[in-house]
Design a protein around this ligand. Structure first.
Ligand code: AMP
Length: 124
């Protein structure tokens, strides 16, 4: 299924269900802005997904609709999760897929946090 990064928000998507506690997750961090949990199919020793608590389909939706306070709150939280996961010394990669060409699978804005080993050079 192709994800339109600006489509109407589907409140039944799996990350919405995780936020509501309807689907379990392996949570590593949460605060007023975000929840972070291990990816179910990790691509690196550390592969955590960071999602805003509010409903945004993708980064396209987030950067146009979120308030300045929320944008700052979410982005600062991403850094806090990276620190919490012990990645600040050796570094890490952040990725967000948005819309059809990116291969986005889940229509709730999320940032992939990857690290824990030297990562292969960026694939594209
Ligand atoms: P994306 O392609 O950027 O939309 O990435 C979606 C990610 O969500 C993939 O890496 C999946 O492995 C991950 N994922 C899907 N369902 C779950 C779940 N229930 N718990 C944790 N990660 C999930």
């Amino acid at each position: 299924m192709q994800i339109d990064g600006k489509a109407p928000y589907d409140s039944q998507n799996v990350f919405a269900r995780i936020l509501r506690g309807e689907v379990p997750c392996n949570k590593v961090f949460e605060n007023e802005w975000v929840m972070a949990f291990h990816d179910i199919a990790p691509k690196a020793p550390v592969h955590v997904l960071i999602i805003p608590r509010q409903a945004y389909v993708s980064f396209m939706d987030f950067h146009t609709k979120a308030s300045p306070d929320e944008i700052v709150g979410v982005m600062r939280s991403v850094g806090e999760v990276a620190r919490h996961m012990g990645l600040e010394k050796n570094g890490y990669r952040l990725i967000t897929n948005a819309g059809p060409d990116s291969g986005q699978e889940v229509p709730h804005f999320h940032i992939h946090l990857l690290g824990g080993k030297p990562l292969p050079l960026f694939p594209v």
